[in-house]
Design a binder for this molecule. Structure first.
Ligand code: C2E
Ligand code: MG
Ligand code: MG
Length: 597
């Protein structure tokens, strides 16, 4: 605490304290001896008090100030007499406290307390808690006998509180503002916007975990601090906020953003600032960052909403290949939202029967006979219209609804194929059904197939199951045992999109596979007669030869023109599938094709 001046005279407007006492005791209306002694005691107490005080009259003028007040303000207390209390201690600066101050002087209010900034005796600023308290006596009703002003130096408490707040609001590793302060500033920027726009660069270091794991946390922390220094340099000119949100995540806040370009330019500056390697304790470290950039009007947005958008955008920057910035894209976000909504409604959609099947012919390359059809599922979505399988099969695999959906596809395809068989007993047509990985490993496919064949009456040899290489080879490299059971039942197994997975030809000889469906990319490779890709053709020749040696038939996918069909035929492919023959069509169209044969 500040030292207090001891002793010293009571300073009054009229007189020295001794005279004042004498005046009081010797006036016309003499105060009894004991009362005079009491008054002297009060004077002495007033002088000796360590609390800075002054008596103020009803007009707000200082009647007397004690030495503690003089010492606090660095002035002779005598010189304070007659000064206006409000001016001296900055009371009543605004209208509200002016009224309250007047009320205290009038005796209509007990006290007013304010913390103000005052000039101290050494000329520095100090924080003071100023109290003005009415001296109204009870028996005098509302008539005031002036007021007592007391002033306490609270600079140290204020500084301590500020230091504590700084600790609470800053990250010890980088000394940057932390998440709490970042959100406080972001909320304030949204509450009282100046430019009406706000922007965030939300960044995450690429590969930081590896630094931490291999070189230890101490180096990791030093790297974070070095990154923070560079980020501060990036925002220094614009006066923006750089904060560490946790881990290796940082955010730059542009409180009065002009436009998207400003944020993109800032993101570019950050990327190039981080490009220079960091030299830390003998280690030369190269890091990069992924940045999600969001810039938008302040109206109609909230801190949570902004941060969610920034988070999504940062995720895109990572997914797009890291070491880059990505700008928030409402359309891409809508797609993400659609994914969510599709995923959550898939299961009910199966129950409500919102799916339909189309069938695409598989045609003999020599002769052009219709051999089979591939069943391809579509979702007749009540809101989004007809959806292609690439929009929902992956989601159905993720959330497990593929098991129900796959069961329906299998049952419906077999019913259809059986109907075609009944209508055209002399023209056997097989149906080829896609089976997802999860369907194979998470459900009892063998039992399901057996039951469906039994219920529909479809001969097993008219059913082909298309599995991808990853479905037949389990994650531990274990081939699927169920294939043998299915094959023994008489069902044909085909490997779909062959050439895109392991392409491990060795397993083909050990598995009961009946057919290969060559991925469309091979055929696309020799699509144009002007730019034939001899490599693709060589591979196809070799694959077909090998497949035939193993007793498998080969279907080429994505046959789009006569040229491709002819080359595939010459190579020795068995069947072709693609737009050249027919797009996937409704079951009725297949019936019509059969009827016309
Ligand atoms: P996939 O089994 O390889 O099916 C062939 C895809 O190629 C089909 O796309 C088909 O419409 C398309 N296509 C056919 N001919 C041509 C062509 O000449 N050129 C081009 N560019 N494309 C052609 P679709 O119907 O969109 O199916 C995509 C994928 O969805 C399928 O690929 C299959 O993996 C999956 N899928 C479809 N239905 C089912 C199903 O019921 N269950 C499961 N698990 N997956 C399914
Ligand atoms: Mg397929
Ligand atoms: Mg395929």
């Amino acid at each position: 605490m500040r030292e207090q001046a001891e002793g010293g005279p009571l300073v009054s407007r009229e007189s020295e304290p001794a005279e004042c006492s004498r005046d009081v005791t010797e006036c016309d209306n003499p105060i009894p001896g004991s009362a005079a002694a009491e008054l002297r005691d009060y004077h002495a107490a007033f002088n000796a008090a360590r609390t800075a005080m002054a008596l103020v009259d009803r007009d707000g003028r200082l009647l007397a100030a004690n030495p503690a007040l003089g010492s606090l303000l660095g002035t002779d207390p005598a010189g304070l007499a007659d000064r206006r209390a409000a001016e001296l201690v900055g009371l009543g600066g605004d209208e509200r406290s002016r009224d309250a101050y007047q009320d205290v002087l009038r005796g209509a209010r007990e006290r007013l307390r304010r913390t103000c900034r005052l000039k101290s005796r050494d000329g520095h600023g100090m924080w003071a808690e100023v109290t003005i308290e009415s001296l109204r006596q009870r028996d005098q009703g509302a008539r005031s006998a002036g007021a007592l002003l007391s002033v306490e130096d609270v600079t140290e408490q204020r500084e301590l509180a500020a230091r504590l707040r700084h600790l609470q609001m800053h990250d010890p590793v980088t000394r940057l503002p932390n998440r709490a302060l970042f959100f406080e500033r972001l909320s304030a920027a949204l509450r009282s916007p100046t430019s009406g726009r706000v922007g965030i660069c939300y960044l995450d270091l690429d590969g930081f975990k590896a630094v931490n794991d291999t070189l230890g946390h101490a180096i990791g922390d030093r790297l974070l601090a070095a990154v923070a220094t560079r980020l501060l340099a990036c925002v220094a000119e614009g006066g923006h906020l750089a904060a560490r949100l946790g881990g290796d995540e940082f955010a730059l806040l542009v409180e009065e953003s002009q436009d998207t370009e400003q944020l993109v330019a800032l993101a570019d500056t950050v990327l190039s600032a981080l490009q220079r390697p960091f030299d830390l304790e003998g280690h030369r470290l190269a890091v990069s960052a992924s940045i999600g950039v969001v810039e938008r009007p302040t109206a109609g947005t909230s801190p949570t909403c902004l941060m969610q958008a920034a988070d999504t955008t940062l995720y895109w920057a990572k997914a797009d290949g890291k070491a880059r910035w990505t700008l928030f894209d409402p359309e891409r976000n809508a797609h993400r939202m659609t994914r969510q909504s599709l995923s959550s409604t898939l299961r009910q959609a199966v129950e409500r029967g919102e799916f339909v099947l189309e069938y695409q012919p598989l045609v003999a390359l020599s002769g052009g006979a219709l051999r089979g059809v591939e069943a391809l599922v579509r979702w007749e979505h009540p809101q989004f219209g007809r959806l292609a399988p690439n929009r929902f099969i992956g989601l159905a695999e993720e959330n497990g609804s593929i098991v129900q959906l796959g069961h329906w596809v299998l049952a419906e395809s077999c019913r259809r194929a059986r109907a075609w068989q009944k209508d055209h007993p002399d023209e056997p047509l097989f149906v080829s059904v896609n089976v997802a990985v999860r369907q194979v490993w998470d459900s009892d496919l063998v039992t399901d197939v057996a039951e469906i064949l039994d219920e529909t009456g479809l001969p097993p040899e008219l059913l082909q199951l298309e599995l991808t290489e990853s479905a037949v080879m389990g994650s531990a490299g274990q081939p699927l045992q169920a294939l043998h059971a299915l094959s023994e039942m008489g069902v044909r197994i085909a490997i779909d999109d062959f050439g895109t997975g392991y392409s491990n030809l060795a397993y083909l000889s050990r598995l009961p596979v009946a057919a290969l469906k060559l991925d469309g990319s091979f055929v696309r490779g020799f699509r144009s007669p002007e730019h034939p890709n001899p490599a693709d053709e060589t591979i196809v020749v070799a694959l077909v030869e090998l497949a035939h040696r193993l007793g498998l038939t080969v279907t080429a996918e994505c046959v789009e023109n006569a040229e491709q069909a002819e080359r595939l035929r010459r190579i020795g492919c068995d069947t072709g599938q693609g737009w050249f023959y027919s797009r996937p069509v409704a079951a009725e169209r297949i019936s019509a094709m059969l009827g016309g044969r």
